[in-house]
Design a protein around this ligand. Structure first.
Ligand code: HEC
Ligand code: HEC
Length: 456
């Protein structure tokens, strides 16, 4: 049995060549015996070496896989055989052996046989080749909707989902959102049923006017509300109806959260969404990634059923420039790195951990999250420790910050502006697994120094 990845014909030919080398060697020795006066050690030596070379090359052929076998066969092995035939001819000529048909004629028959085999082989080639297609082709090639929605799931939850643990992918959505019926975490809408309500939201009176009117530009995202055809080219829908559809609502929700703020989930009287713009840093999803997330959201409530998905597959998407698909394929590597070593600069560290999604952090670019307290720990921490309700173990700022990061539930901060506690259980409790000792020290040092910007 030849292993799968070997080319069957060429492996077979190389075995034949090895046998042929030995046959020629034996033939030469036989002639030396029969006809006196031939320098047997010389000719025996030459053909012995050639036979061994053929044998070694055949062994080498079996250490290669298909494509390399072909290359080696034509670049090296074939020439050795030609050389063998030539020397064989010289042997006959120089020793005046004429009993047999001339080597030229035998060589001619040999080549004809090979040519016929090769011709047969070329017809057979396309079906026979079994080397795996290159990676890009595997993904850019035809993906099914099921695979595309799965890609969306991985962007949201990550590739390694562990039962009973909150798993979070590059999109970071589960930091805030829940996805199963009845599972509410507090500050963000449960995304169960979002496909269904996406069609209704755009017909609501509230959608038309609040917090901005259709046709107005939302400044943070730079997106014109309610106009699917004015979405930046890079992300725009290419086909389908001329009016807003459910898909457009979901796309707008993630590209421009403040275009429409779900009632009771916004800030400042529902005029501002605390959700990050997912096509901008730190999340920065690409066109194909956004579409994959939409495909997942449109199909997740009806397992195995993809009829309601309206986003195109990457291969059918005229706006797809290809880049991100490949990126997504490498799955694990492209995902949000789950571990921070401490060698990163502080901005990278904090972005990687996702703190800016929920916290406004002075000194960190883009950290304008509003789901958790503003991190002004230089003044906040001492206040917390003095709070009569404080039950933690910290006695100074650094200890308090460390405790807050490793054990967010140890003390739940009261939101004075809102007159209620910040949501307990929203801040992830997994940072201890994501940070090296060095990284946590660096993070604590930095967060302990944060204070309100001068002048505010
Ligand atoms: C930092 C928290 C946070 C993160 C991270 C986040 N969201 Fe949201 N999201 C919200 C909040 C709060 C709302 C409600 C306010 C609003 O409408 O913008 C919301 C609203 C939505 C809505 C509209 C829901 C509806 O019922 O109309 C969709 C869809 C959505 N998010 C999808 C996502 C996806 C997909 C991701 C990940 C790629 C994500 N969100 C990441 C906080 C977040
Ligand atoms: C999903 C949202 C979310 C993320 C991500 C998050 N936090 Fe928090 N954080 C909160 C909320 C909500 C609170 C307030 C409730 C509480 O105290 O547990 C909080 C509280 C804190 C506090 C206490 C603040 C105070 O003034 O007492 C610190 C410090 C803190 N977070 C640091 C971090 C750091 C550092 C990161 C990133 C490594 C981070 N958080 C990531 C939501 C988040």
């Amino acid at each position: 049995m030849l292993p799968q990845q070997h080319d069957i014909l060429f492996s077979f030919l190389s075995v034949m060549f090895a046998v042929f080398g030995i046959y020629v060697f034996a033939n030469v020795i036989q002639h030396c015996r029969e006809k006196g006066g031939i320098n047997t050690p010389l000719w025996g030596g030459i053909f012995g070496v050639l036979a061994i070379s053929c044998f070694m090359m055949t062994v080498h052929m079996f250490s290669l896989v298909q494509r390399d076998q072909l290359i080696f066969f034509f670049s090296t092995y074939l020439w050795l055989i030609l050389f063998l035939l030539l020397v064989w001819g010289v042997f006959f000529k120089s020793n005046k052996i004429e009993r047999q048909s001339s080597p030229i004629i035998r060589a001619f028959f040999f080549y004809t046989t090979i040519s016929v085999l090769l011709a047969g082989y070329t017809n057979w080639l396309p079906q026979q080749r079994s080397d795996p297609p290159p990676k890009e082709a595997a993904v850019v090639g035809d993906m099914t909707m099921e695979e595309f929605a799965e890609m969306g799931r991985v962007i949201i939850f990550g590739a390694k989902q562990v039962a009973g643990q909150k798993s979070i992918g590059k999109g970071q959505c589960p930091l805030c959102h829940t996805f199963d019926p009845g599972d509410h975490m507090g500050r963000c809408p449960n995304l169960f049923g979002v496909e269904k309500r996406s069609h209704d939201r755009i017909k609501e009176d509230r959608y038309a006017t609040s917090p901005i009117a259709i046709g107005e530009t939302e400044p943070a995202a730079g997106i014109v509300k309610g106009k699917w055809d004015e979405i930046p080219e890079e992300y725009r829908r290419q086909n389908g109806p001329d009016e807003m559809i459910g898909e457009d609502y979901i796309r707008e929700s993630v590209m421009c959260p403040t275009c429409y703020v779900v009632e009771k989930f916004g800030k400042a009287n529902d005029t501002k969404s605390p959700m990050p713009i997912i096509v901008k840093p730190p999340i920065s999803l690409s066109r194909v990634e956004v579409n994959a997330v939409i495909a997942y959201l449109q199909s997740k409530d009806t397992p195995g059923e993809f009829a309601q998905v309206t986003v195109p597959l990457p291969q059918d998407d005229a706006g797809n420039t290809g880049g991100a698909v490949v990126e997504e394929d490498s799955g694990g590597d492209e995902e949000r790195p789950v571990f921070v070593t401490g060698n990163e600069d502080i901005q990278t560290m904090i972005n990687t951990l996702g703190c800016p999604l929920c916290h406004t952090i002075p000194g960190i670019e883009g950290a304008v999250g509003e789901l958790g307290p503003r991190l002004h720990e230089k003044i906040n921490a001492p206040k917390r420790i003095k709070d009569p309700n404080y039950k933690g173990k910290a006695t100074n700022t650094k200890e308090y910050v460390r405790e807050s990061i490793l054990c967010p539930g140890c003390y739940v901060v009261f939101n004075e502006e809102a007159g209620e506690s910040f949501p307990d259980g929203l801040m992830p409790t997994t940072f201890s697994e994501q940070l090296s000792v060095q990284a946590i020290d660096k993070l604590v040092d930095f967060i302990s120094q944060t204070e309100p910007p001068a002048g505010s």
